[in-house]
Design a binder for this molecule. Structure first.
Ligand SMILES: NC(=O)c1ccc[n+]([C@@H]2O[C@H](COP(=O)([O-])OP(=O)(O)OC[C@H]3O[C@@H](n4cnc5c(N)ncnc54)[C@H](OP(=O)(O)O)[C@@H]3O)[C@@H](O)[C@H]2O)c1
Length: 299
């Protein structure tokens, strides 16, 4: 039976390190990390995420600023706000909560954030640094950075000789995850919807990372015995057993069967999810260290 990684516990440990790093920066350089979160419109799920991020930023001892803009905000108004925050010396991290309302064009907004303040790691400069293996110079996208914390805890920093398979090739997750595994010397396969015989590809993986968005797609017999399985998928499925109209969250991996085969496995919820916010805090404190000219800690 595979060991289950408690993502909430690991995330709490990262948060403790962030708090300690914040205190050190305040004591040595008189700098308080500042995180600005922008949300446009009234999507309830986005508001819940943003609320959690703002609360966690306060808990870490940051200056936490939330800009809540109405759904009818124009592209120019949003661009102006990002420009103002780019120029604000007390703000080290800027996050624009996605998705934006349909009338707004997200890409120019994300690309207008100064790369050194792009704590979501979505700017092409940061994506390019990850792609070229420059992991200490930029800011790594939070979810893959969080998944790598799990991988390092199981296998250490050097993945030489290990085969890793990432299912999914999105810019948000699959591509940076593959790049991070490659930078750690794993032999990496990036699978996607056009991959032939995906189960056979997965059976080759010592480290299997699923980021597809299809409930319980990865079956137990796709998993190499003893493999490390990181489930990034978040899928809401009906749960009539909880009552009429109720639902529950599941990952991309058929967890109960898969844990009989895997060596280590992450659950959904409570696996990768909590790490995303923790790594956002880690990126913000890193950005503040760099701005103060102090080498940042590693998380
Ligand atoms: N904080 C978190 O925990 C967190 C953060 C980010 C994402 N997620 C979750 O992770 C999942 C993926 O997110 P994403 O943004 O990367 O999604 P995405 O942009 O929709 O990408 C999904 C990827 O899965 C591939 N795919 C789709 N169907 C497939 C199939 N049948 N076989 C193999 N590959 C298939 C797609 O291939 P093609 O490229 O060929 O279409 C694509 O590369 C979602 O459930 C999302 O909610 C969680």
């Amino acid at each position: 039976m595979g060991e289950i990684i408690d993502g909430r516990q690991v995330a709490a440990e990262v948060i403790e390190s962030v708090k300690a790093a914040t205190s050190v920066l305040e004591a040595t350089a008189s700098v308080t990390p500042g995180l600005a979160v922008i949300i446009v419109g009234d999507d309830p799920a986005s508001h819940a995420y943003v609320g959690a991020k703002s609360r966690m930023a306060k808990e870490c001892g940051f200056k936490s600023v939330q800009h809540t803009l109405p759904a009818e905000t124009t592209q120019a108004e949003l661009a102006n706000l990002v420009e103002t925050l780019n120029g604000d010396q007390s703000i080290h991290g800027i996050l624009v909560q996605l998705p934006l309302p349909k009338h707004l064009n997200c890409d120019p907004i994300i690309q207008s954030i100064l790369p050194e303040k792009d704590v979501d790691g979505l700017h092409v400069v940061n994506a390019g640094k990850v792609a070229t293996g420059d992991l200490d110079g930029g800011l790594v996208s939070c979810t893959p950075a969080g998944a790598m914390v799990f991988v390092r805890r199981v296998h250490g920093d050097d993945l030489s000789g290990l085969n890793a398979v990432v299912i999914g090739r999105s810019n948000l997750f699959g591509k940076p995850m593959s790049a991070l595994l490659l930078a750690a010397n794993a032999t990496v396969t990036t699978a996607h919807s056009r991959t032939r015989d995906l189960p056979a590809v997965c059976r080759n993986a010592d480290i299997l990372v699923a980021a597809v968005g299809r409930a319980e797609m990865v079956k137990a017999d796709w998993i190499k015995p003893g493999a490390t399985v990181i489930d990034v998928g978040i899928n809401r499925v009906p749960a009539p057993e909880k009552g009429e109209g109720k639902s529950r969250l599941v990952g991309d991996v058929a967890f109960e069967d898969a844990r009989q085969v895997a060596g280590v496995i992450t659950p959904v919820p409570g696996g990768v999810g909590p790490m995303t916010i923790a790594m956002l805090m880690a990126n913000t404190v890193k950005a503040a260290y760099r701005k103060a000219g102090v080498p940042p800690p590693k998380f």
